[in-house]
Design a protein around this ligand. Sequence first.
Ligand code: PSV
Ligand code: MN
Length: 392
Amino acid sequence: MAKHDTVLKRLDEFKIELPSWGFANTGTRFGKFIQPAAARTVEEKIADAGQVHKLTGACPTVAVHTLWDFPKGQSIASVLRTAKKHGVKIGAMNPNVFESQQYKWGSLTNRSEQIRNAALAHIRDSIDIGRQVGSEFISLWFADGTNYPGQADIIERKHLMADALKKAHDAMAENMTMLVEYKPFEPAFYATDIADWGMAMILARAAGPRAKVLVDTGHHYQATNIEQIVAWLLDDNMLGGFHFNDRKYADDDLTLGSIDPYQVFRIFHEIENYRFRNGNLPALAYMVDQSHNLKPKIEAMIQTVDTAQQLYTKACLVDRKALAASQAKEDLVGSENILRAAFFTDTRPILADWRKSHGLPTDPIDAHRSSGYERRAAARRGAGRSADHSFA
Ligand code: PSV
Ligand code: MN
């Protein structure tokens, strides 16, 4: 077993970015159920993220979506002031190249050069805002794709995407990393232009050395072995980070580990196995991308962070030397049981020690509930709901 102190140190390094959009009222395509306490403005989203960070000590950055958080007239100084006040910083910039009518036939892969240029200009603007708010990541997800066989030339779209990503890469500051996200379907239902990790990796390589692949845990077919993808990307130095969430059916955006905590553990196990083999890990952006519309937003976020910490701690407990010895003997039951011993260990006491050592509440959900934050937010925000968006 890894030493208690080593695990505490690993927890110190384990930071999770929160998504601004996970604090706003969102819904499904069938409608929204409004929560009176949900955030309406970027300032309120940052304040809510600050509350999660204050209680968990693990979430110092907030990812933002350019158009949702920096609409025309949004003061950047106000965003920076609010972030400072709440003890967080701005994390990944996420351009919005999927909602506007002009993107009906795609953004960077649209056959219209004018529309491709508009999408690229928006990505460059996002990079520029990122520079002003101190962001180190430009995180790209495209709804681009086709809905019916024969609709477009798949290879032409691949070339257009590769060319545009290279241009976006060239526009990034030296300290910025580009994350290329993939998703097999939705909204495209025949051929999404970046449908899986192989396509994302090929495109990231074409874009340039600071482009890596982003693994959103909800963006896979049911049987996909996500941890194997993670292991391969790590070994090829192409893993940039994660969007954490869980799902039962498709891209359900449920809270992390709510359906399959063992899968999350296996992902962390592969990450720690890489560290064991190589003695180090590349910088990985652990980010949450969930916007469940029924759980209270802040509680859902705290629950996900707590789950990630518990499962990550379990992966740190895997006895890797014993595992290697057991694997060498082809002891299948023994090897699997080494993983299971770590997975079934109750890591909450370790986490409680870690929290105490940082002056954090041992039960952050309980602390949030008794803080009265939700009640106060509901009283203040309940009336006007103008900044909501319905896309999740
Ligand atoms: C798309 O489904 C996605 O996973 C992308 O990461 C977006 O940025 C995010 O959801 C927010 O809608
Ligand atoms: Mn995502």
